[in-house]
Design a protein around this ligand. Structure first.
Ligand code: ARG
Length: 471
């Protein structure tokens, strides 16, 4: 097939090379951005008198009919035409004649591909922000639904101190709220208009970049043409955001997998969110959580891959940069799917209150509170720690819990113990005593829930901004 750039070549491209260099297999998903960007460019060329207004109208109509064809499934992308940009441009000229050749005036594929990718990522950020917002809402709903349930809090995966299950859920809310804020930063880096940079140096035509930016709803323009066509930071920022978000989802996945094991039995996932085994009839596996944990590795891979691709590139465009898109697309798909399935899994999850609360009453997670009791009666904390440690060691030998000790036994460890020690080491007392700002008490849970609801409301305002500004 004749190339749009064939002028200086004496022979056609080797078929193997054609296949190797082509990106249309994956960049065709940016067809809408490509055509919308071209329409804005053609309109600007007409308005600036670079081409006739009538020519601009013909080009725009031609582009609109190509868009309609693609959406109706009546367009076949050709590998020989390399990428989405040249597939669309070639079809335009086939359809409207030589005037189609004027579309590429004052533009290069280097600034065109950058434009399309910026626009595509803006749309993806909008979708991801909505799904991330909904997952945070699912965490808040879960915290509210099981507001009073207590569980052991862990350090080193050893029972540490009793906490509210809601407190645990709200910790994940806070992590995801930070992800949402990070995504706002990614948006700012993505909401920049590169078109008009030309191949690298700008253009000799009297173009109006600001008009194109306004039509395409970009907030800012690149100040430097070399930077405009070479920048892939916004994709790297997106992949970094995605890696951190996946790391968070992977951590909660690890807990969900543990909690749904027979050893913990803290939660039960809905049958609809699990799969069985082809050989073991009893199995109910937490595949969603496992797969999200697994897919985290793949997203990290895309970040490392693009960091590596870009590290040695001289300015400006190099073909290496075509490697930026597949990892970005795969990350977008992975995030959207993971966030969606996760929210529905959390909403279907049942918490086993009895098992969780047995775990906090039949263990030593109240030992800190035993020490704190003595501190409140005037003993220095280090001595109180020693006394409680001795009591725990005694209980282990006697096969008892601290709560099984009689007052006389308590007093044998220290004379400051009085009858109120029994209440002081009840799990509920331990939880509610942690009234410090951000602690696990039910008063703190209420405050955290109020803040979380406010955060969700602020996010909604931002979601509207994204929706208005994405194509
Ligand atoms: N398919 C190319 C890419 O994705 C478009 C830009 C090509 N530019 C060039 N000078 N070969 O990077």
């Amino acid at each position: 097939m004749a190339k749009l750039w064939g002028g200086r070549f004496a022979k056609g491209t080797d078929v193997l090379v054609e296949e190797f260099t082509s990106s249309v297999g994956f960049d065709q998903r940016m067809y809408r951005e490509d055509i919308t960007g071209s329409i804005a460019h053609a309109r600007m060329l007409g308005q600036c008198g670079i081409i006739d207004k009538a020519e601009a109208d013909t080009i725009i109509k031609g582009l609109e009919s190509i868009l309609a064809d693609i959406e109706a499934g009546k367009f076949s992308f050709e590998v020989a035409l390399e990428d989405v940009h040249m597939n669309v441009e070639k079809r335009l000229t086939d359809r409207i004649g030589a005037v189609g050749g004027k579309l590429h005036t004052g533009r290069s594929r280097n600034d065109q591909v950058a434009l399309d990718t910026h626009m595509y990522l803006k749309g993806a950020i909008r979708d991801i922000a909505e799904l991330l917002h909904d997952l945070q809402l699912a965490l808040v709903e879960t915290a509210e639904k099981y507001g009073d349930v207590m569980m052991p809090g862990y350090t080193h995966l050893q029972r540490a101190q009793p906490i509210l299950f809601a407190h645990h859920m709200l910790a994940y809310f806070s992590m995801l709220a930070r992800d949402f804020r990070r995504l706002e930063g990614v948006w700012q880096g993505t909401d920049m208009m590169p078109l008009g940079a030309g191949a690298l140096a700008g253009t000799t035509y009297p173009i109006d970049r600001h008009q194109v930016a306004r039509e395409l709803k970009f907030d800012a323009l690149y100040e430097n043409s070399l930077d405009a066509v070479s920048d892939r930071d916004y994709i790297l920022e997106f992949l970094s955001f995605a890696s951190i978000l996946m790391m968070h989802l992977s951590r909660i996945s690890e807990e969900i997998i543990l909690w749904s094991s027979a050893e913990f039995a803290f939660i039960e996932l809905d049958d609809g969110h699990c799969t069985g085994s082809s050989i073991m009839p009893q199995k109910k596996n937490p595949d969603v959580a496992e797969l999200v944990r697994g897919k985290t590795g793949r997203v990290y891979g895309h970040l490392m891959s693009l960091l590596t691709v870009t590290k040695g590139l001289p300015l400006a465009y190099n073909k290496d940069m075509q490697e930026d898109k597949e990892g970005m697309f795969d990350t977008i798909d992975t995030l959207k799917f993971s966030l969606k399935v996760y929210a529905s899994m959390l909403r279907g999850m049942k918490v086993n209150k009895q098992v969780m609360e047995r775990a906090v009453s039949q263990d030593f997670s109240n030992a800190t509170d035993m020490a704190d009791y003595l501190v409140k009666k005037g003993l220095p904390f280090r001595q109180a720690h020693e006394v409680a440690g001795k009591a725990v060691a005694h209980c282990i030998i006697e096969k008892k819990w601290l709560m099984d000790l009689s007052l006389a036994e308590f007093q044998s460890f220290h004379p400051l113990f009085e009858a109120d020690i029994m209440n002081a080491i009840q799990p509920e007392t331990c939880v509610n005593a942690r009234k410090s700002y951000g602690g696990t008490s039910s008063a703190s849970r209420e405050r955290q829930l109020t803040v979380a609801r406010e955060t969700l409301e602020e996010q909604e305002a931002l979601l509207d901004v994204y929706t208005e500004s994405a194509i």
